[in-house]
Design a protein around this ligand. Structure first.
Ligand SMILES: [Zn+2]
Length: 174
């Protein structure tokens, strides 16, 4: 909560083009096995993301040119060992990613037989910002963003350079 409040103050004051915001409480309580508190924290993070979305859509700097990318740093895993993660917890490497806003076609929940990787997130952010992603190590390709209707793809490549991207990670173990 404190993280969110200080981040929001920073956003209002500085208007950054990109922001990384980490919410760790769902992870913390899931690892402790406190499922009731975990659910409360997941609900709270949902509300914070909604509040941030409301803010960006009412701020002229961000309105209609901002993208949210929401993901987790690891998955819940399967079976009785769900409170942990790592090599021995099957399924804990499986995560989800949600994207909404500018440049993202509103297609709802998508399931494809195609794998995306966390290492693609940074490149995707750069792509949305219209910036080259340069690093001293090998970098992954941006996630191929599905297009909406044909008429909305025209001119998208030009508009992309104005995108502001906010990233929130909710380590939700969902
Ligand atoms: Zn964790």
């Amino acid at each position: 909560m404190l993280t969110y409040e200080s981040a929001k103050s920073y956003i209002e004051e500085k208007h950054p083009r990109a922001l990384f915001l980490g919410f760790g409480e769902t992870d913390e309580f899931a690892h402790k096995g406190q499922y009731d508190t975990y659910l409360q924290k997941a609900h709270q993070v949902d509300m914070l993301i909604a509040d941030l979305w409301y803010y960006v859509q009412t701020d002229p700097f961000y309105r209609n040119n901002t993208t949210f990318i929401i993901t987790t740093d690891h998955g819940r895993g399967r079976g009785a060992s769900w409170k942990g993660h790592g090599f021995w917890v099957k399924g804990s490497g499986e995560t989800w990613i949600a994207m909404l806003g500018a440049g993202i076609a509103p297609l709802g929940e998508m399931k494809e037989k195609q794998q995306r990787y966390q290492k693609q997130v940074a490149a995707t952010v750069s792509h949305l910002l219209g910036e080259a992603f340069i690093a001293t190590h090998n970098v992954a390709s941006p996630i191929a963003l599905p297009k909406n209707q044909p008429q909305q793809t025209t001119g998208n490549e030009v508009a992309v350079s104005n995108h502001t991207t906010a990233i929130a990670t909710a380590d939700a173990n969902k």
